[in-house]
Structure formats: C-alpha cells, structure tokens
Design a protein. Structure first.
Length: 357
C-alpha cells in the first residue's frame, strides 16, 4: 500500500495566487485574538486544497488560518463562515475540535473571508493501514474513530444552536441534486459516462429511511483527524467545509468507504486484508457503530456507500475544473485530477454492487 506523497505534507512558502496581506492580518489578529503577540510568520499548508490553509507562527504560539479561495468559484462552495460556526458550537459542546479565535467576513483584510483557530499539536495519519502504529494498538485507533463519529451523531443540534445548520429530512434527494448540478454545470471539467449514469441511478434508488438527521461532518477520514502524539485518542476533527444537518448513516458510510477505497486515491484499505493488519473488518466496524448508536442494523448501507463515492467523485471533478481555470495549483490538486477517472468508475461499481444486494 502506498502512502500519500510527501508533497502533500507540511508547509511551504505561500503559493503564487494565494498571497495575503500580512500587515493587515497582523492588525486583525491584534484586535481579535486574545494574547496574540507578533511578529507573524505565514506559510501555507500543502494540504487543505479546497479552502487554502495557512500556518501562522508567532514567538509564543501557533495558529491556523482557513480562507475562502480567491478567484471565480461555484455558488455556495467554500463557506468558511459555516466551518467557523460549527467549530465554535461543537467546541462548546465538548466535542474534539480546534478552538476558533475569530471569523472575518470583511474581504478587505486579506482578500477573502477567513477564520483563525488554534494549531492543535498531535499526529495526522495519512495511511488508513496505520503503518506507524504497533499492530496490537491499531484496533484501538479504529475504535477511537468509530466512537468519535458516534459521539458527533449523538449531539442534539438544537441544544448547541445548530437547529438551522441544514434542513432535516430528504437528505439524499437534496445532496444528489446538489452534487449532480455541480457536476453537470462544470463545463471546464467535462462529462463522464459513469457519472452520467449515477446522476440517473441515485435518485431512483434512495432508501425509504431518508428522514434520520444529525450533525454530519461530510469528510470524516483518518487524515482529517489529529490524534494524540502517543495515544489512540482524537484531539481534533478537522475540515468541516462539507458539514451540515444530514443523514448519520450516510456520514458513517463516507468514513467506512475507506474499506473499499484504494490508498492512492485517498486514505483507504482497498485490496488489503484487515485481519492481517489487526484492523477490524468492515462488517465489524459497522456493527460497532450501530451498537454505539443503538441501531440493530443499517439496511441502506450499500446505497450510502455508492452515494458517497459519487459525491467524492463530484468533489474531485470540481477540483479538476479549478485546476483547468488556474485557481488550484497544488500537488494535491493535480493528484486528485489524475485519479478522477478511476474514482468515477469505482463510484459506478458501488451502485452495481448495491443493485445486486
């Protein structure tokens, strides 16, 4: 199994086209971040492709800045103000997220809206086989991921001020419409026969249980988590751009599709025997989540997996469009475009699998 390229790790000088006014940012930090003391050194994370992410270093502390990308964007995408809102609410509820110091919707500060949060120190696992974790400890790391997702889905949105964070019910219908429209409207990225089939197949095969609703992360993967440096414990869940009120089963299935995802596309276990690595099987992992949520089973699971492969392919398709119009230039973006044809074929294969069940 291959690992994510080192080109996606760490920080780099701010890339051309993503510069920001450091003097203006310093002024904003002094007014909005408690105990902030410059001078400020700004670099850019190689990851964080969808919303450019920056490392802010000061003599005493480190912070992370997430911003809306510059340039022409698809309507409704890159809503960093929504990210900040959910982080603030979940932080108050005791869920593991980075503390947000402030949000700026004033484009005159650095060119686009942004927010600043704490830099959480820990470890990020880029390979779903957890190769750097002793074999006897891997099951505990998987259990931590499983428990954290179940914890998120058990939080009452109304109780933490997120009752209007999305629309409950009809989640699949709305999401399929959204991602189909985004795919079909991106002329620069082109069309694909597998995606065209999915645009027709998905709305015709939505399970009957489309009314369940909870806070959903939308991109819950091991590489969007910060683990304790030496313990199987999650300190922070990152990258909330796709979060909303939605179907918890769909959110879990997105996370669990790692079992069917080749590692060179995103952090996945496709083609690997979990038992040989002392990792729980897909069935065992699903059963553990259901037990935590008080569910006897998850009948729509295979449809949820197919939907999530489609949605991820639509996201990568959008990245391809941004690469072609010059607003995404990172190594990660180019990697996403390179694997897009394979991902779209895999998405249709999941639909065929769900049909056979």
């Amino acid at each position: 199994m291959t690992r994510v390229s080192d080109a996606n790790l760490g920080t780099t000088p701010v890339r051309p086209g993503f510069e920001l006014d450091e003097a203006s940012l310093d002024t904003w930090m002094r007014a909005n971040v408690a105990d902030y003391q410059g001078p400020l050194i700004v670099t850019q994370f190689r990851g964080g492709q969808s919303n450019p992410t920056y490392h802010l270093a000061t003599p005493k502390r480190r912070y992370v800045l997430r911003r809306k990308p510059p340039g022409p964007l698809l309507k409704g995408a890159h809503a960093v103000d929504r990210e900040a809102r959910v982080l603030i609410a979940l932080d108050r509820a005791g869920f593991p997220v980075a503390h947000v110091h402030g949000l700026s919707v004033d484009d005159t500060v650095i060119g686009t809206m942004f927010y600043v949060m704490d830099m959480v120190e820990g470890r990020v696992v880029w390979d779903a086989t957890f190769p750097d974790v002793p074999a006897e400890e891997r099951a505990a790391y998987f259990d931590a991921m499983n428990a954290t997702m179940a914890q998120l889905h058990g939080i009452d949105p109304d109780a933490i001020g997120l009752a209007d964070y999305g629309r409950p019910g009809n989640y699949f219908e709305r999401q399929i419409t959204r991602w189909s429209s985004q795919y079909l409207s991106d002329d620069a990225a082109g069309r694909d026969p597998y995606m065209d089939r999915l645009v027709e197949w998905l709305p015709a095969n939505i399970p009957l249980d489309d009314d369940a609703s909870s806070i959903v992360h939308g991109d819950f993967r091991c590489d969007n988590l910060i683990f304790h440096p030496s313990e199987p414990r999650i300190l922070a869940v990152l990258d909330w751009e796709l979060s909303t009120l939605g179907h918890p089963g769909a959110d879990f299935a997105y996370h669990a599709m790692m079992y069917r995802m080749p590692a060179h596309i995103v952090a996945g276990l496709g083609g690997v025997d979990p038992a040989s690595l002392r990792i729980p099987s897909e069935e065992t992992y699903l059963q553990a989540y259901c037990a935590r949520r008080g569910l006897a089973s998850m009948p729509g699971y295979d449809f949820y997996i197919a939907f999530n492969f489609f949605r991820l392919a639509a996201i990568f398709h959008g990245i391809k469009g941004r690469v072609l119009n010059g607003t995404a230039a990172s190594a990660e973006a180019r990697q996403r475009v390179a694997v897009l044809p394979e991902l779209m074929a895999l998405a249709w294969a999941q639909a065929e699998r769900a049909t056979r069940r």
